[in-house]
Design a protein around this ligand. Structure first.
Ligand code: GLN
Length: 541
């Protein structure tokens, strides 16, 4: 039978609940347990698919095509867990199930209520993550204790633990110890109050994990234990890490967080080996070289909007023991001529929607193509590479994407017939993992070391097959297609150090111990570019 861990957060949002949950899952997995993870989000959108990245940060896509919260990316990266549609539930999804059942007559004669109907639906969602081959289900509850929206989730979790019984479920509460600089003091009161809120609704946290920027003293630990009603040894400090989020699991392991959880769940401790993980941390903390990668996007003011891209770049750096400094380049500022690209060793043009920022992205692509700077274009990035090439090399001035210019004669990017006429916005894109065949002599074939790959998609528009001839055998050419050959998945340029565009999102599958081949290739090319630039400068000065 599966056992359950619930993770709640208090005081403020953005405490890193996802990273804490992912770190704990990783430790438990390494102790030989099979862990499933889940995030429950209190908002009313059915999924985050229609939300702006400014609202929600990146949208993480799973293999099975669910559009989910970015915390699932941490689960996959830290713990190597494969998330699915069952890994992310929102209030919207729970309520729409309940309301659909009510319309179908499923509660005939009854009054449909938050308790028990909505809470039952939530408990069913939690249970859906359990399975014979899952030892531990970890459920992270979004939001902050005290929010109106998260109450049904907390109530469902309370009931769940009550029904599961002692030794089968654990509550872990992540909280903040604010440091008041002027007084030089670390404060425990907000944590006491947030545990008080949980107690009011019948939840008694078993473990307290405290985020803090300065070390906690023994006195703080005792105070928190006494007023939050947890044994002293279950008050864990999670101090801000200095260099890399991958430092978090070893820090938590050093305080035996995982062992304490296992004891509460009445499961044997088993052995933990972090040797390879510590090597990753060592490479991240003490790099020997560095390079600068420009990320030319339109959501650059919101770091979380490109979370997985940042992570994938850092994984590729770790493998080469290089620090990858990511420079956010606002596409519109580039368009206006307000920023330069000269000090970059490589460029990423990430995915996006709509025309805002596209001229800047095209400018960056032209720069990378003509100056031979390594470039990786992702999804909209690949589409812009096709447009740039069509305009500047094939001389089709009006080349564009039908997404924002449906009238153009050269819509090198267009809808496939099956996408035409779909007006609904939620969940209607090409979503999830699809196979792709790589051309035998291509650069990507060499990078992946495989003929067939599978990558995750999230887009409506595709390379337009009307223009395939012009993109075959020339400088920028097709290097990967769907197995039936209908969909163009990869464009690459011959005779360029690294100029690759992919219709999919490789960033979602990169992990710290196994960087994604395309990001690894980009960083390798960027390091070479940097060396060459340096020797060139040394010669000319
Ligand atoms: N807007 C483009 C499309 O829908 C690209 C999407 C993306 O970059 N994820 O096809």
């Amino acid at each position: 039978m599966s056992k359950f861990i619930f993770i709640t957060g208090g005081v403020v949002s953005s405490l890193g609940k996802g990273i804490t949950a992912a770190s704990l899952a990783m430790l438990l997995k390494r102790r030989g347990y099979r862990v499933a993870m889940q995030k429950l989000d209190p908002y009313l959108n059915v999924d985050p698919g229609t939300m702006s990245p400014y609202q929600h940060g990146e949208l993480y896509v799973t293999d099975d095509g669910a559009e989910t919260d970015l915390d699932l990316g941490h689960y996959e990266r830290f713990a190597g867990i494969t998330c699915t549609r069952a890994s992310n539930y929102t209030s919207g999804r729970i309520y729409s199930n309940v309301i659909a059942r009510e319309r179908a007559g499923g509660y005939l004669g009854g009054t449909v209520q938050v308790i028990p109907h909505v809470t039952d639906e939530i408990k069913a969602a939690i249970r859906s993550a359990a399975a014979p081959d899952v030892d531990i289900v970890m459920t992270e509850i979004g939001g902050t204790a005290g929010d109106i929206e998260s109450l049904p989730f907390l109530e469902a979790a309370r009931q769940f633990k009550h029904e599961a019984g002692e030794g089968n479920a654990v509550f872990l509460h992540l909280t903040l110890l604010p440091y008041i600089r002027a007084a030089g003091e670390l404060k425990t009161k907000p944590s006491q109050q947030s545990v008080g809120i949980l107690r009011n609704i019948g939840i008694f946290p078993d473990i307290l994990v405290c985020r803090t920027e300065v070390p906690m003293t023994e006195e703080h630990g005792k105070k928190l234990a006494l007023f939050c009603n947890v044994p002293r040894d279950r008050v864990i400090e999670e101090r801000d890490v200095r260099h890399s989020i991958y430092e978090v699991p070893p820090e938590l392991a050093a305080q035996q967080l995982d062992v304490k959880v296992l004891r509460l769940l009445e499961l044997p401790e088993r052995e933990l080996d972090l040797t390879d993980w510590n090597r990753i941390v060592e490479a991240a903390v003490h790099p020997r070289r560095s390079c600068r990668i420009g990320l030319v996007g339109k959501y650059t003011s919101c770091r979380d909007a490109y979370k997985s891209v940042f992570e994938a770049l850092s994984h590729a750096g770790i493998a080469r023991r290089a620090r990858v400094e990511v420079v956010s380049v606002e596409a519109e500022a580039l368009e206006a001529g307000d920023v330069a690209l000269d000090d970059l060793d490589g460029i990423v043009v990430p995915g996006g929607f709509g025309s805002r920022g596209v001229p800047g992205k095209i400018k960056a692509i032209e720069y990378a193509r003509t100056r031979r700077v390594p470039l990786l274009g992702i999804c909209l990035g690949m589409q812009c590479m096709a447009i740039e090439y069509a305009r500047h090399v094939l001389d089709w001035e009006d080349a564009d994407s039908a997404e924002w210019n449906p009238e153009t004669r050269h819509a090198v990017i267009d809808l496939m017939p099956e996408q035409r006429g779909i007006t609904a916005k939620g969940g209607t894109m090409r979503l999830g993992s699809f196979p792709c065949m790589l051309a035998p002599d291509s650069r990507v074939r060499a990078l992946y070391g495989a003929d067939e790959i599978a990558e995750r998609h999230r887009h409506r528009y595709e390379f337009n097959n009307l223009f395939r001839e012009e993109f075959s055998g020339g400088a920028l050419h097709i290097a990967g297609t769907s197995p039936d050959g209908r969909l163009v998945e990869i464009l690459e340029m011959a005779d360029h150090p690294f100029f690759i565009g992919c219709q999919f999102h490789p960033e979602f599958k990169s992990q710290p111990a196994s960087p994604h081949p395309l990001f690894a290739g980009l960083i390798e090319a960027a390091l070479q570019y940097k060396d060459k630039e340096h020797s060139h400068h040394a010669e000319t000065h």
